[in-house]
Write a protein that binds this ligand. Structure first.
Ligand SMILES: [Fe+2]
Length: 197
């Protein structure tokens, strides 16, 4: 299997998210990349006797989804901060699609925040269903549970406590969500939406 490389992100000073918070979070991301590769190596080794190691291999393959999605979701997340904050543009193709499907940008935002502030750890995601063209706000538990098959991820907001606990307490989750949104470079989700249209 292809070996995955840790991506380097160019993230400047953020508002409401400290350098230390981002640095510690990036270390966790690096761990996911490392474990994706480690699991792949282990599976390869165990496959030399796949009958004897069948249970181990299948457990590792399940574990792989956690590590792989942990890696990929963090890439979606950190990319959103690259090149600094850019406001949402209502005239963009994504802006127009949000307004059309949710009635207004504010309606979408309210719904997205509600999903983010629901209980539990995981990811709040805005995805696009390429078959129907729908935009959907949804939640993925852990990293890999509850993803909707075949959807393209447009925005991924990390709602694990490790994403904010250096800067905020668990009771201040709302401020963290606001901080994420206020630092978002909207060119990134717009780029994903346009690539995938
Ligand atoms: Fe995270």
């Amino acid at each position: 299997m292809k070996k995955y490389e840790e991506k380097k992100f160019t993230i400047g000073t953020l508002t409401g998210l400290s350098e230390r918070q981002i640095a510690e979070h990036l270390k966790l991301y690096a761990g996911y990349v490392k474990h994706v590769n480690l699991i792949a190596e282990n599976v390869e080794e165990l496959s030399s006797n796949s009958e004897k190691n069948a249970y181990l291999i299948s457990e590792l393959r399940r574990r792989f989804a956690f590590e792989f999605d942990g890696m990929r979701m963090h890439e979606f997340y950190f990319e959103s901060f690259e090149e600094g904050k850019r406001e949402h543009e209502s005239g963009s193709t994504l802006g127009a699609a949000i307004a059309e499907q949710f009635g207004s940008f504010d309606n979408w935002l309210t719904q997205f925040k509600t999903v983010a502030l629901s209980r539990g750890i995981g990811w709040t995601v805005l995805s696009r269903d390429p078959r129907s063209g729908s935009l959907i706000n949804h939640y993925a538990g852990d990293h890999e549970l509850g993803h909707l098959a075949g959807l393209d991820i447009i925005i991924a907001l990390d709602m694990w406590e490790h994403a904010y606990m250096i800067d905020y307490t668990p009771g201040e989750k709302k401020q963290y969500v606001e901080a994420f949104l206020s630092n978002l470079n909207w060119r990134v989700p717009e780029g994903r939406f346009n690539r995938e249209t």
